[in-house]
Structures are given as structure tokens and as C-alpha cells.
Ligand binder design. Structure first.
Ligand code: ARG
Length: 462
């Protein structure tokens, strides 16, 4: 089907076919179709309400637009490259359906404020969906944490064993990151939810439109105060890509830990068959493809953020066609974030098991209780730095002797410092080491139980 271009009267000849393809966005902005229809319905209602078109014309437009929505849902509306973009595609179809009234839809509107409206309506929905996925993911982290308050896991700094922690504490760290992601998207939503409709091409319109009415019909919280800003602002997209990038940082860090934990060297988790894949050549392999893909896909979301910043930096006011290129970045980021959140939620809820006996063994076989020996002396009046040096010495000699701190006899301890008593053995037992870190926000079991309670109310908060 060859459609007459809406702007064709000014032009002598048709677009070069390759340029038509190059110029067209219908291949991807079809994603916006339902938002375009919804936005147009609000616009049509406003045109009728303000008397810019007749009531009857308004009704014809709304009915025609709803019909296009149905056709699309039934798979019967498939605009081709000739349509150029989703806005023209819908308008052309509308005119086929309702005749001359269809040609009035674009009164007092430009594709520039139209596309800005569509993109915001789309992103608003996506943010709501992503926020509920974040909540679901938090729920999984929470449950896993609740089941593992007293499961110990080595805690690392510099990827060197540092101090043991409660596995729940480790998982709740991610819970808090995701909490911030959820809050951040809520903040951004407020700025996405502002209507540019009625900004016209850039300068407003000569018609007596009612921007507040369309905003209200579309559930926007307000309208852009400046029409030039309205058609050319993409801050909301940059903010969304930034928040998406931060979500991906969090998912990628957790993914990286799971990859490490599932290695033979760590052996902290077992990947279950539902979430692990094999090798085509090495029959013994079970690969952590899910977290690897999450880690890998993080890069493209960062790329989209960067791309969007660069897209905007040199744009003179107001609309420029460069802005058409915001969409694929947004669509791909949305798809990636949603896909990764879904995969990580499944992975954590049913795709892996912590090997608790291996974890218990891991925390018992190292010097991650050394700080506790120094703290033991410091609590008995020895200046911390002095205690620290003494313990450094005993770690060195123990390492040379192939012993752990728990293997030292009371005589050896007393030789090191007379303040040591037999309760040193309790003080350096891994579960005591963890329990003792009872400062607010620390890994002590009491703290972790309180943190779980706080997390529970964060989960039900809004
Ligand atoms: N397809 C365009 C976009 O996505 C719609 C706006 C076109 N406006 C224009 N003046 N050419 O940005």
C-alpha cells in the first residue's frame, strides 16, 4: 500500500526509497501505538470540548481511534514503511475509517508535542511495571535473608577474606540497593508525568486549546510551562536511563557474586538445573549463563545512557529529528532491565541453593576472626593499635605453623598477652564473631533481625 505523504504537496517528487527507510521510525515506534491512540483520543476530546471541532466530529475521531486500537490488538493493523512513523500511520488509518473528520485530528497539534506525549505515557507505564518487578525481587531477597539469619558466609574486602557475616546481612545489602532503585524510579516518575501536549511544533498554537484538560484526561500531574521546553526536553529519558543503569549496576554486582560463588573455588552455591546450562563440549560443565548474561547486558544499558546524553548535548532549541533516536535506547533499556530483573528473580527464588555446610566450613578455616582477637584485648584495656600488632604477629607465626587461631593453646595465648583467658575460644568462634557485631546496621544477629523487620515495613511502604 502506497500512502500519500502527509506533507507531500510541498514536494515535487517522492523520497528516495533508501532515504524513506532511513527516515522512517515505524519499524520501532509501533511500540507506542496504544499510547499514540490514547493521546489522540484526549486531544480529540479537547478539540470538541473547546469547540475547535464539532461534538460529532469529536465522537467520530474517538470511535475511529478505538477501532484502530482493536484492529491493532487483533493483528489487523500493520503499517508499513510508507507510513513513516506511528503518528502518520494512525492518522492515515483514521481518515480511511472516518473520512474528513480524520483530517481534523491534527488541528492544534504537531508530531513534536505528540511524540513527547506518547513517550511519556509509555515510560510512565514502564516505570510502574519495573517498580513492581523491583518489589518482587526485594521480596525474594527478603525471604532468602529471613531463612538465613544464622547462616554464615565469609565477608570480603579486596576480595580477601575479611570478617564473617550473616548471609542474611549480605542479601539485605542488595535489598537496600533495590529499595533505592524503587524510590529513585518513583522520584523520576513525577518528572515523566508532565504533559507536553499542546506545545505545538514549538511555539504553542493559535487555537483556544485547553492543555490542562488533556493533561487531566491522560492523568498527567501537570503541564510543561514552556512550549519550547515541552517539545525538546528529554531529561526524563536521561533520568530513566540513569536509574536503569544503576539498577543494572546492582544486578550485575549480584550476578558477579553468584558467578564467583558457583565456581569450584568458592563452592558457596549450587546452580539448579532450571537455571544453569551445559557446555557443548565439556560434559562436566554447568555454567552460570543467567548471571553472566545479566552482567553482560549491563553494558548496553550504560551505552544507551551515554548515547542519550551525547544525542542531547548539541541540540539547539527546539525539536530536531535527532530526537527520534531516543526511542530505541529507551525501548531496549526497558526490555533489558525487565528481562534481567525477571531472570534474577527466578534465579534467586528457585535457581540456586546455598551450600550451608561448605559456608560453615569456609568461615571456620581462615583468619577472619583476627579482628576479634584484637578487639578482645582492646576491650581489656590494651590500646587497639598495640593489640593489632600483637595479633598480626600471631597470624604470621600460625600461618607458618599451619595452624588457625582456634588451634592455639591457652599457654600460647597467654604468652602473647597475659590478658587472654579461656573465653578467647568463644570470642573467636565464627558465630560469636558475627553475633558480636551488634552495632546499628552491623551483621550481629540481633541487628539482622531488626533489619529484617525494617525491610518488611519498607516492602509494604510507598
Ligand atoms: N517520528 C518523529 C519522532 O519520533 C516524530 C516527530 C517528527 N516531527 C517532525 N517535525 N519531523 O521524533
Amino acid at each position: 500500500m502506497t500512502q500519500q505523504k502527509t506533507w507531500s504537496q510541498r514536494f515535487e517528487s517522492a523520497l528516495h526509497p533508501a532515504i524513506a527507510r532511513f527516515n522512517a521510525s515505524i519499524g520501532f515506534d509501533i511500540e507506542l501505538i496504544e499510547y499514540d491512540i490514547t493521546g489522540s483520543i484526549a486531544h480529540a476530546k479537547m478539540l470538541a470540548k473547546t469547540g475547535i471541532i464539532s461534538k460529532q466530529e469529536g465522537e467520530q475521531l474517538v470511535a475511529g481511534l478505538e477501532q484502530i486500537r482493536q484492529e491493532y490488538r487483533l493483528g489487523e493493523f500493520n503499517p508499513g514503511i510508507d507510513a513513516e512513523d506511528i503518528h502518520f500511520a494512525v492518522e492515515h488509518r483514521l481518515t480511511q475509517l472516518v473520512g474528513d473528520a480524520g483530517k481534523k485530528l491534527h488541528t492544534a497539534r504537531s508530531r513534536n508535542d505528540q511524540v513527547g506525549t506518547d513517550t511519556r505515557l509509555y515510560l510512565r507505564d514502564q516505570i510502574t511495571q519495573i517498580r513492581s518487578q523491583l518489589r518482587e525481587f526485594q521480596g525474594v531477597l527478603f525471604n532468602l535473608a529471613a531463612d538465613n539469619v544464622e547462616t554464615l558466609i565469609p565477608g570480603y574486602t579486596h576480595l580477601q577474606r575479611a570478617q564473617p557475616v550473616s548471609l542474611a546481612h549480605h542479601l539485605l545489602a542488595y535489598f537496600q540497593m533495590v529499595q533505592r532503585d524503587w524510590e529513585r524510579l518513583g522520584e523520576i516518575y513525577k518528572r515523566v508525568n508532565i504533559s507536553p501536549l499542546g506545545s505545538g511544533a514549538l511555539a504553542g498554537t493559535t487555537f483556544p486549546i485547553d492543555r490542562h484538560y488533556t493533561a487531566e484526561l491522560l492523568n498527567f500531574d501537570g503541564v510543561y510551562a514552556n512550549s519550547m521546553d515541552g517539545v525538546s526536553d528529554r531529561d526524563f529519558a536521561i533520568e530513566f536511563l540513569s536509574a536503569s543503569s544503576i539498577i543494572m549496576v546492582h544486578l550485575s554486582r549480584l550476578a558477579e557474586e553468584i558467578i564467583l560463588w558457583s565456581s569450584q573455588e568458592f563452592g558457596f552455591v549450587t546452580l539448579l538445573d532450571t537455571c544453569a546450562t551445559g557446555s557443548s563440549i565439556m560434559p562436566q560443565k554447568k555454567n552460570p549463563d543467567v548471571p553472566e548474561l545479566v552482567r553482560g547486558k549491563t553494558g548496553r544499558v550504560f551505552g544507551h545512557l551515554q548515547g542519550m546524553l551525547v544525542l542531547m548535548k548539541g541540540l539547539p532549541l527546539a525539536y530536531n529529528k535527532d530526537l527520534q533516536d531516543d526511542k530505541e535506547a529507551l525501548f531496549d533499556s526497558v526490555k533489558t532491565v525487565k528481562g534481567c530483573l525477571e531472570a534474577m528473580t527466578i534465579l534467586l527464588s528457585e535457581g540456586l541453593e546455598f551450600r550451608t555446610s561448605r559456608l560453615a566450613q569456609a568461615v571456620a578455616e581462615d583468619f577472619s576472626n583476627a579482628t576479634d582477637v584484637a578487639d578482645y584485648l582492646a576491650a581489656r584495656g590494651v590500646p587497639f593499635r598495640e593489640a593489632y600488632n600483637l595479633v598480626g604477629k600471631v597470624v604470621k607465626t600460625s600461618l607458618a605453623a599451619g595452624k588457625l587461631l582456634k588451634d592455639l593453646s591457652l599457654e600460647e595465648w597467654k604468652e602473647l598477652h597475659p590478658a587472654f583467658e579461656s573465653d578467647i575460644y568463644d570470642a573467636i568462634a565464627p558465630s560469636q564473631v558475627v553475633a558480636a557485631r551488634n552495632s546499628y546496621g552491623g551483621t550481629g544477629f540481633d541487628q539482622v533481625r531488626q533489619a529484617l523487620q525494617a525491610a518488611q515495613s519498607q516492602l509494604s511502604g510507598d
